[in-house]
Write a protein that binds this ligand. Structure first.
Ligand SMILES: Nc1ncnc2c1ncn2[C@@H]1O[C@H](COP(=O)(O)OP(=O)(O)O)[C@@H](O)[C@H]1O
Ligand SMILES: [Mg+2]
Length: 381
């Protein structure tokens, strides 16, 4: 029986995994180079680099299963641990997701619709790609991009040179710009036996490339079914165990895949307070070989990411007041820093109209209502 879970990474995702795992009787060991890693409150923290062989060996030897909370864990590190204990999701999923070109090529081969894309390794490649795709298009680094970093939208011919100057040192991919009606994500958990469960398709709003708001449920059954088919083909192809998230664009009634994350995902945080079982608990259930929990919505939920520092009004209100208003505060206990994900709030309600009122009020207190065009996200497309 699995008792100790090792996690590569000790950020907020690892923290919430541990919070979900403690009631399952699990213990946690984290490996993370950050001295002040926020998951450390809930387990043992091995403070070491991702390539520290002695530390990786120590983690592998003392864990019954190892997982990760971010996808840039070097493949060799995951493989080293795999020689000592099972690693889920499979390192191959890490490998496929670490390079946008590999990732998009795999999705295309599986018949998952994606925007047109071309690899770019030189200035002439870029010119040729833009000619084939047309403007606008998006130039992205193939590796290490996150929260919209390492990307440039090209709208006019003169944007090419500027984008090349800022990104040309890396291997790149150029893809068609999708003028989407909405962004969404499907999150699924696949057990060791292949059993797969799906959370309701979640609607996402990004601000400056960073997730700002997620809402679920938000779409009809037809789109849900199509999204499930898309992520299932990825899960089965990779013989996957654990939670995966697939980011999608909704355009003209069609879903186009953007990228997948081989881990729990920011757009699934609402599931802690709004679903039968959270993405964190089901990830642990999957990797530990336990039966998966129900994923249906238990209420209407909107999640707001908190960036930089906890909002001042949060500390002025009593916890009771927030709980009675169905506002679920998650403070990751991180040192405030501009743009840093330091917490989130999930607002829940029993009806859609109830949620609208409650969430709109919260959005305006947070000062994001106007910017986020809250009406749009709450109306089903
Ligand atoms: N091809 C595209 N068309 C339109 N918007 C895009 C495109 N690619 C990315 N974006 C926008 O930028 C955000 C971040 O890009 P993404 O590819 O998901 O990279 P990251 O790894 O930084 O999350 C997306 O959620 C979306 O809002
Ligand atoms: Mg993304």
């Amino acid at each position: 029986m699995i008792k100790t879970v090792g996690i590569l990474g000790a950020g907020q995702l690892a923290r919430m995994l541990a919070q979900a795992g403690l009631p399952l009787g699990l213990k946690f060991i984290f490996l993370d180079p950050a001295v002040d890693a926020c998951a450390a409150e809930f387990g043992e923290h091995i403070c070491a680099g991702w390539d520290d062989e002695a530390a990786l060996t120590d983690l592998g030897q003392r864990s019954d299963v190892v997982t990760f909370d971010f996808e840039n864990v070097p493949e060799v590190s995951a493989s080293l641990i795999e020689s000592l204990c099972p690693v889920y999701p499979p390192p191959r999923a890490l490998y496929q997701s670490q390079d946008r070109l590999r990732e998009k090529t795999m999705m295309q081969e599986l018949g998952i619709p994606v925007a047109p894309f071309y690899p770019v390794a030189s200035r002439p490649d870029l010119i040729a790609a833009v000619e084939k795709i047309g403007l606008p298009c998006v130039l992205k680094t193939r590796r290490f991009g996150y929260d919209g970093k390492g990307q440039a939208v090209l709208r006019f011919q003169e944007d090419l040179e500027r984008a090349w100057q800022s990104l040309g040192d890396s291997e790149l991919i150029c893809e068609g710009f999708v003028p989407f009606q909405a962004e969404c994500s499907i999150i699924a958990a696949r057990g060791r036996d292949g059993e797969t469960v799906y959370w309701p398709l979640t609607r996402n709003l990004h601000r400056e490339g960073i997730l700002a708001v997620s809402m679920a449920p938000a779409f009809d059954q037809q789109l849900q079914a199509r999204a499930e088919v898309m992520i299932k083909s990825l899960l089965d192809h990779l013989d996957y165990t654990g939670v995966m998230a697939l980011e999608l664009f909704l355009m003209d009634g069609e879903l186009l895949a953007n990228e997948f994350a081989p881990r729990v995902h920011n757009s699934g945080h609402w599931s802690i307070d709004g679903a039968g079982t959270s993405q964190f608990e089901n990830h642990l259930r999957a990797i530990c070989g336990l039966p998966l929990g129900e994923t249906h919505s238990t209420s209407y939920a909107v999640m707001f990411n908190l960036l930089g520092e906890m909002p001042a009004f949060a500390t002025q209100q009593s916890v009771d007041q927030f709980l009675s208003q169905a506002m679920h505060w998650h403070d990751y206990h991180k040192t405030p820093r501009e743009g840093r994900k330091i917490g989130h709030v999930t607002v829940t309600a029993e009806s859609e109209t109830g949620l609208e009122a409650r969430a709109a009020q919260f959005a305006s207190e947070l000062g994001v209502a106007a910017e986020l065009n809250f009406e749009t996200i709450l109306s089903k497309p």
